[in-house]
Design a protein around this ligand. Structure first.
Ligand code: CA
Length: 228
């Protein structure tokens, strides 16, 4: 069965171009012109990835990304945000809204496909992987679940992978560049500040259970997961 990519884009020419490239790459293309259409597609045929335009009529891509992340059925679907806005603060805003990656228009189809493949690869469930328990946290890779003291912790897909990497590589310091290579993959072109955004989100998710201190900032070097 082909993986499904939902394209949410209001400009017909760009939507067509995206759909063409998505299908060329061997995926099934689903389309929506706005947030309402996107929800219909998500409910009807749960996509594996969403290409989400920032500038949409009525509900913006940023608002839709936040709604998706708050929705029980849609929160685990990876999102790549598409936008004409290339400013640093916009990138951070895009990632903070829940997007997993970000691409600025105009982009080459080749670059876009590389990003889609990288995001898809990261979200394939690793069914053989064993559960990990460190620092009072238990992580079940196949079930995509993390808990502390029997309480579930809700994490976005990137935070989940980041925590999985940390828990399987505890007590060692990793630079932002190393984390990008290990967690995001070498084919993804994201900036090092992206790491800080996801670390912040991960700590915020762990904080209610008093586990945010497990993720330590090592000044001038990077981050370390430490149970000591
Ligand atoms: Ca648009």
């Amino acid at each position: 069965m082909k993986a499904k990519v939902l394209i949410v884009e209001d400009e017909p020419a760009i939507q067509e171009l995206l759909a063409f490239n998505v299908m060329q790459a061997g995926f099934q293309a689903l389309r929506a012109d706005d947030a309402e259409g996107a929800w219909q597609q998500i409910r009807a045929s749960k996509p594996d990835l969403i290409l989400l335009d920032w500038m949409l009529p009525n509900t913006s891509g940023i608002v839709l990304a936040k709604q998706l992340r708050a929705d029980a059925a849609a929160k685990d679907i990876p999102i790549i945000m598409l936008t004409a806005r290339g400013e640093e603060r916009d990138k951070i805003l895009g990632l903070e809204s829940g997007a997993d990656d970000y691409i600025t228009k105009p982009f080459s189809p080749r670059e876009l496909m590389a990003r889609i493949r990288a995001v898809m690869r990261r979200h394939v469930p690793q069914l053989q992987e064993e559960s990990v328990a460190v620092g009072g946290l238990e992580l079940l890779p196949a079930a995509h679940r993390v808990s502390a003291d029997g309480k579930n912790i809700e994490l976005g897909p990137t935070e989940f992978r980041l925590l999985h990497f940390f828990m399987t590589h505890a007590e060692r310091v990793y630079s932002r560049a190393q984390l990008l290579d290990q967690v995001w993959g070498t084919q993804v072109f994201v900036e090092e500040r992206t790491v800080d955004v996801h670390i912040r989100r991960l700590r915020a998710a762990l904080e209610p259970l008093g586990k945010d201190g497990l993720i330590q900032t090592v000044r001038g070097s990077g981050y370390r997961f430490s149970a000591n």
